[in-house]
Design a protein around this ligand. Sequence first.
Ligand SMILES: *[C@@H]1O[C@H](CO)[C@@H](O)[C@H](O)[C@H]1NC(C)=O
Length: 232
Amino acid sequence: MLLEVVLIFLSTAILLVIYFRWNYGTLEKLGIPVVETHFLLGSQSDFHKIIGHERDYEWFETHGEIYGVYNGRQPEIHIVDPEIVRQILITDFSKFVNRSFDLGTKASSVLCEIMDFIKDDKWRTVRATLSPMFTTAKLKRLNMDMIGATDNILNLLMNDVASAPNKILQDYNIYGDLFAIVLDATARCTLNIKIQNPRSPDNDFAKAVLELTPQKSFFMATVLNIFPELEE
Ligand SMILES: *[C@@H]1O[C@H](CO)[C@@H](O)[C@H](O)[C@H]1NC(C)=O
């Protein structure tokens, strides 16, 4: 009996190790430098402790313009060469369908229709239709909209500081203001409307956006990163 329990335990452990390490070696075979991996958890087992883009920059400095990373079990190639990025995103875009993240089955059907999440030929069609809309002139206008939304919140923030005791803000919630900036910039860029009071959680646009996004706990996000199949 004891022997059987030990055997079952051991074989489960071995199977899990094989599952976690299944893709190791894929990137190495391509002959590109690969970021050192954890025994089980891919290149980045501490991503709850670090700032993603700073880590990316360190990797770029150590490994160069093209390097491999295991994101959990998922092999990824990171590219920093602007010419190759241009080829992937513009010249040969139709060969690079499917973004690397999925919403899962619980997401709202409206959200599933946006470009980040549609797949294959549907993505190609939408992408080819949208491309001509993003002319340099249009992008400049969107940029102005984003700057406008940012300035708006920055001005409110400066007023808050000016009227705070000793000009020091207590308990300032930066996430609230970042959300307000993104919200207002989105409304300006997509619908050409300004949100009256972007800081208030009661405005209809904020409510609509929050309704669209599935709330996932941080722990679940980590688990799903390793076992994407669970999302179904
Ligand atoms: C894109 O994703 C869909 C759905 O997950 C899948 O069926 C298809 O094979 C993927 N296409 C490519 C080129 O990986």
